[in-house]
Every structure is written in C-alpha cells, then in structure tokens.
Design a protein around this ligand. Structure first.
Ligand SMILES: [Zn+2]
Length: 174
C-alpha cells in the first residue's frame, strides 16, 4: 500500500474508529465512482456533484449526478435522484442497510431525505461551508427533528472532491 493512502487512512480513522483499511479502500473506490459521475454533470454545465448507493452486499444499486438544469427541477440534487432510484430497485422507501456516497456534504433537503430513507451509512467527500447540513453549518441527523441516528463518514477523497468543485467554478468564471 502506498504511504500516502495509508496516511490518509490514518487521518480518517481518527474520526471513525471502527474503519478498517479494507473498508477504507472500498469507500475510496465508490467515491471515485461518484467523482466520475460528478464530472459528467460538470461537463454539461451543472454543478459537479455525484452520488452512488450500494446495498449491504456492496452492489451498486443507484448512481446519479446533479441534474437541476437538465430536469428543470430544484430538487434534482444527486442524492435525491440516487435515493429515488435505489428505492425503486429495493421496492422499499427505506434503505436501511445501504450506503450513500456523495462528493459534497448534503444540503438541508438532502439531509432530510437521507434521514427519511433511514440510510445505513452516509459517506461524503468535501465539506460544504454554505449549506452543509451534516456537520458544517448544522447537524440535521443529530438534531431534535431527526428520528434516525445516521452513521456518517466524512472526508473520503475530500481533496479530490473539493478540487473538482473549485476547478469547475473557476472555469465558469473565466
Ligand atoms: Zn441537496
């Protein structure tokens, strides 16, 4: 294993004690998949955010990217589309043993949907300083309005996720 990856693992493990090295690599794998999905959104003029949902057997059951402009839908965030698609696959409005990967910390709407869907684990990349509703601006899952204790793993491939967004906004300005 490379020293860099091992170092990043040791940093993340400080916030998520039960994280094994193998599961860390799995989380990185799916986050890279979400980053690739985000890029397809960015290439079509959408803010690049990608999301993936896997089931308890680590099978991919939904993948999506931010599609607000394409669908003319303010609710078409990557997480919302992924939750809808995964719920269809599972024939259930609950996604209890599933893991949602998303490149950016969820907004209040998506954090609410994640709670409603009872997701087993949320893994996200970059913190969102303006609307982040998992820990940065507010912590919706741990607040009094939440009836689901959500497990959260933040910061997986955070540098890649952050850079992808920064590059996109920079290119948009130029
Ligand atoms: Zn959202």
């Amino acid at each position: 294993m490379s020293r860099r990856v091992k170092f990043q693992y040791s940093i993340i493990k400080q916030t998520f004690a039960q994280l094994t090295y193998d599961s860390y690599l799995t989380h990185c794998h799916w986050m890279e998949h979400a980053i690739a999905l985000a890029q397809t959104a960015g290439n079509t003029g959408e803010v690049p955010v990608g999301a993936v949902i896997v089931d308890s057997q680590n099978n991919l059951i939904a993948e999506s990217c931010n599609s607000k402009k394409k669908l003319h839908d303010a609710t078409a965030h990557a997480e919302m589309l992924a939750i809808r698609a995964a719920s269809k696959v599972k024939h259930s409005h609950y996604l209890k043993n599933c893991t949602l990967y998303v490149t950016l910390e969820p907004c209040p709407m998506c954090a609410g949907a994640i709670i409603q869907a009872r997701l087993g684990l949320l893994v996200y990349g970059a913190d969102e300083p303006k609307t982040g509703s998992i820990r940065t601006v507010q912590n919706l899952p741990d607040s009094y309005c939440s009836n689901h204790r959500l497990k959260v793993l933040a910061g997986i491939k955070s540098e890649s996720c952050r850079q992808q967004l920064q590059t996109w906004f920079k290119e948009k300005r130029n």
